[in-house]
Write a protein that binds this ligand. Sequence first.
Ligand code: FAD
Ligand code: FES
Length: 257
Amino acid sequence: MKDETCIVIENRHISKKYYMLKIKAPYLAENAKPGNFVMLKASSGLDPLLKRPFGVFNTNYPFTWVYYEVVGKGTAAIANLRADDPVQVLGPLGNRFPAFTGKNILLVAGGRGIAPIHYAICDYAPANNVFLIYGARSAGDLNLVEELKGLGLKKMFLYTDDGSAYQKGFVTTDIRRIIADHHIEVTVSCGPDAMFESLAHEIGGIGTENWVSLEALMGCGFGICYSCAVKTTADEYKKVCSDGPVFKMEEIAWQKQ
Ligand SMILES: Cc1cc2nc3c(=O)[nH]c(=O)nc-3n(C[C@H](O)[C@H](O)[C@H](O)COP(=O)(O)OP(=O)(O)OC[C@H]3O[C@@H](n4cnc5c(N)ncnc54)[C@H](O)[C@@H]3O)c2cc1C
Ligand code: FES
């Protein structure tokens, strides 16, 4: 990992509170792997003090893309960045999605969880049969669909909670049928905690190999502060930043099973 000041190339508003940030970050673009994340901060000042974590959406040397939702102070400051502005970048951080060849893989994305899943599609599609379930609250939260169509997916299943676009339902609504119909061997998911709880309930123990990329509140991003601890089924705590963010679904102690 490297801590550096990078340059904003573009900060594009996508819809509602969603943006795509493109930065010139040669070290990051050369070293990031699918599943890794970066810590970002808009200014070198004290407010906000800490960098915020974001999954790597894509890289193409010397550029890196981050897809983000504005939820508070740090992300609002990032949304105000303009081309040529400096941005503080620490990364790449965390572990990566496991590598697969010749597998039937189902990727599952909830809302902004599409960010690391996009990078996983780019990685897996050339050598595997890749399917995607992508869901969000409503039409304006389900972005980048046209872009996803060009990535070599075998099939894409789209849902909104309120039915304002595509099929009404959750990413879990038809997941068991999709897994059976397409002989899915591996699932890889990223989304909010509530989505993981439902996923663990629906697909835990049905025979697929299941991986999740977790979000957590983070202070440092590299294992020092313990703010990102998550409880495992072995009754231990693991750090999302340095043990993860990618874990086997069965390793995490979900509340609803
Ligand atoms: C490994 C990792 C990858 C991530 N990837 C992305 C990404 O690709 N795109 C993206 O938009 N966001 C991503 N996030 C979430 C993002 O880091 C937070 O939304 C961001 O830190 C919020 O900062 P803020 O200063 O705007 O909000 P704050 O003012 O810090 O918080 C605003 C509200 O959001 C809540 N919140 C903040 N962080 C989290 C979190 N991690 N989980 C749940 N609630 C939280 C706070 O409790 C508060 O209620 C990721 C988080 C992690 C840990
Ligand atoms: S964020 Fe500090 S230990 Fe994980």
